[in-house]
Ligand binder design. Structure first.
Ligand SMILES: *[C@@H]1O[C@H](CO)[C@@H](O)[C@H](O)[C@H]1NC(C)=O
Ligand SMILES: *[C@@H]1O[C@H](CO)[C@@H](O)[C@H](O)[C@H]1NC(C)=O
Ligand SMILES: *[C@@H]1O[C@H](CO)[C@@H](O)[C@H](O)[C@H]1NC(C)=O
Ligand SMILES: *[C@@H]1O[C@H](CO)[C@@H](O)[C@H](O)[C@H]1NC(C)=O
Ligand SMILES: *[C@@H]1O[C@H](CO)[C@@H](O)[C@H](O)[C@H]1NC(C)=O
Ligand SMILES: *[C@@H]1O[C@H](CO)[C@@H](O)[C@H](O)[C@H]1NC(C)=O
Length: 392
C-alpha cells in the first residue's frame, strides 16, 4: 500500500508561502492561541469491521499537537443574525414553559445522519407542542462522543445529558425536571409521520434543514474550536486557511453506499472549473477513504496544493477495511472520530468554493451551513458544484 508515503508527501508539500488577503472576522475564540491536546488513545485495530474478533488487539494512537495552533477565519460565535426559522428553533428549545417529549436515538449510523434525524425530531416536536429531549436507547454513551473530552463536560453538567451537549450546548438547554414528560416524539425516521409543514414540500424541507444546522452551529462548544485550531495548525502552513480555499468532499467508503460513487475524474474536472485560470489552487480534501484521497492526489495537476483531512491522516489505523467504516471508526477510537469530524465541518467551511455530493449527509451539512451561515454574511460569495444532489 503506497498510502503512508503519499501521506508523508502531502504533509511536506503543503509548505508553500501564502499571502493572506483580507478575509476578516476575528472570532472571540481565536484570541487564545491554544488548542487541544489529545491523550494517547488505545484504539482497536479492527481490520474486519467486527470488534468481536479483535477485542484484545490494540494500537496506541498518538495524535499530534502542532507547534503553532491555527486559527479559524470565520466567526461561529457572536452571531448577530439568525434566519427566522433558526430563531424560531432557538426560542422554542429554550422555552421551559413548553413541556418536553423524548426522541429515542438509536446508537448507530453516521454523525450527519443523526443530526438530520434531530432536525426532523424538532419539526415533529414543534407540531406536538413539545420541546425535543434526546435520549439514547439503552443509556449508552453516544457513538460520536469523544469519550475522553466529553466525559469532563458532561460530568460538569449532570442535569443535562443530551448527546448533543458536548458539541452543540444550546441544542437542548436544560429545564427544570418538572417540565419533562414521558411522551415520545413521533419517529423522525418514518417519512409518513413527518410534520405537516415539511410533508411533500422540498422547499420547506430545505429551509428547515438548513435552519437546523444554522441553529446548532451558532453555538458550537469551545472544545470543538480547540480541536479545529489543532487541525488547522497541522493542515495549513501559516496556521490559517488560504483565502482562496476550495473544499472537496469525497464520500466513498462503504461498498453498499446508497449513492453510486462519483468517479475521481469528475471531482478533478469540477475543481478545474472553479480554479479557472489561476496558477495555483488550494484544496481541503475532506474524505474518510484512503483510496479516494490517493486517487485524487494522483490525478490532480502538480500545482494544486492539497490539504488532507486530519481524520484520514490520523485515524487510518482505526479504520476497518470493510463494513460500515464510519461507525466502526468512531467505536474503535472511543468517539475521537466524532470530535474530529465536527471540527472538520468548520474547516471545510473556511472555503468559499465547494465541490460536494449532497446525496451524502456529510456534504449536505456543509451545503446547508454554506447557504445559511456563510452566504448571508459575505454577500453570497460562495460557489458550489454539486456532483450528486440529494435531500433528506
Ligand atoms: C485558553 O483556552 C484554554 C482551553 O480552552 C483555557 O483553558 C484557557 O483558560 C484559555 N486562556 C485564556 C487566557 O483565555
Ligand atoms: C494484532 O494486530 C496486528 C496488526 O494488525 C497483527 O499483526 C497481529 O497478529 C494481531 N495480534 C493478534 C493477537 O490478533
Ligand atoms: C442521511 O440521514 C438520514 C437520516 O438519518 C438517513 O435515513 C439516510 O439514510 C442518510 N443518507 C445517507 C445517504 O446515508
Ligand atoms: C417511547 O419509546 C420507547 C423506545 O422506543 C419505548 O420503550 C417506550 O415504551 C415509549 N413510550 C411511550 C409512552 O410510548
Ligand atoms: C412549501 O414551503 C414553502 C416554504 O416554507 C412555502 O412558501 C410554500 O407555500 C409551501 N408549498 C406548499 C404547496 O405548501
Ligand atoms: C443572496 O441571495 C439571497 C437568496 O437568493 C437573496 O435573498 C439575497 O438578497 C442575496 N444577497 C445579496 C447581498 O446579494
Amino acid at each position: 500500500m503506497i498510502l503512508p508515503t503519499l501521506l508523508h508527501l502531502w504533509e511536506s508539500s503543503t509548505a508553500v508561502q501564502i499571502t493572506r488577503t483580507s478575509w476578516p472576522i476575528d472570532d472571540g475564540s481565536n484570541s487564545n492561541h491554544t488548542c487541544l491536546q489529545h491523550p494517547p488513545l488505545r484504539a482497536h485495530t479492527s481490520t474486519l469491521g467486527d470488534l468481536t474478533s479483535t477485542t484484545t488487539n490494540y494500537t496506541i494512537l498518538q495524535q499530534p499537537t502542532p507547534r503553532h495552533c491555527g486559527m479559524l477565519q470565520r466567526s461561529w460565535t457572536n452571531v448577530a443574525y439568525l434566519s427566522p426559522i433558526a430563531q424560531e428553533l432557538l426560542e422554542w428549545q429554550a422555552d421551559c414553559s413548553i413541556p418536553s417529549a423524548t426522541f429515542h436515538l438509536d446508537n448507530s449510523f453516521g454523525f450527519g445522519s443523526h443530526l438530520y434525524l434531530f432536525s426532523q425530531a424538532l419539526c415533529n416536536a414543534i407540531e406536538m407542542n413539545t420541546r425535543v429531549r434526546t435520549v439514547l436507547v439503552d443509556d449508552a454513551p453516544w457513538l460520536w462522543w469523544d469519550q475522553h473530552h466529553c466525559a469532563q463536560i458532561i460530568s460538569d453538567n449532570r442535569h443535562s445529558k443530551s448527546p448533543w451537549d458536548c458539541y452543540f450546548p444550546l441544542a437542548e438547554p436544560s429545564c427544570p425536571i418538572s417540565s419533562t414528560s414521558t411522551v415520545n416524539i413521533t419517529n423522525p425516521r418514518n417519512p409518513r409521520l413527518r410534520c405537516q409543514r415539511l410533508r411533500n414540500n422540498e422547499t420547506a424541507i430545505q429551509e428547515f434543514r438548513a435552519a437546523t444546522f444554522e441553529y446548532l452551529f451558532h453555538a458550537v462548544s469551545p472544545l470543538v474550536f480547540e480541536e479545529a485550531k489543532r487541525q488547522i495548525g497541522l493542515l495549513f502552513p501559516n496556521g490559517q486557511a488560504p483565502p482562496d480555499l476550495i473544499t472537496v468532499h469525497i464520500r466513498w467508503g462503504d461498498k453498499f453506499w446508497e449513492m453510486d460513487l462519483v468517479p475521481i475524474a469528475d471531482y478533478i474536472q469540477a475543481v478545474e472549473q472553479l480554479v479557472a485560470s489561476s496558477t495555483d489552487a488550494h484544496i481541503y480534501l475532506a474524505t474518510e477513504d484512503p483510496r479516494a484521497a490517493e486517487e485524487f492526489v494522483a490525478s490532480a495537476p502538480s500545482y494544486w496544493n492539497i490539504y488532507i483531512d486530519r481524520t484520514l491522516v490520523e485515524l487510518t489505523d482505526a479504520r476497518p477495511n470493510k463494513g460500515n467504516r464510519a461507525s466502526w471508526m468512531t467505536k474503535n477510537t472511543q468517539g475521537r472520530a466524532g470530535l474530529m469530524n465536527v471540527a472538520s465541518w468548520l474547516i471545510a467551511l473556511e472555503a468559499n468554493r465547494f465541490v460536494l455530493t449532497t446525496a451524502s449527509n456529510w456534504s449536505r451539512i456543509v451545503n446547508d451551513l454554506r447557504k445559511n451561515v456563510i452566504d448571508p454574511r459575505c454577500g453570497n460569495c460562495t460557489q458550489v458544484i454539486d456532483l450528486r444532489p440529494g435531500l433528506w
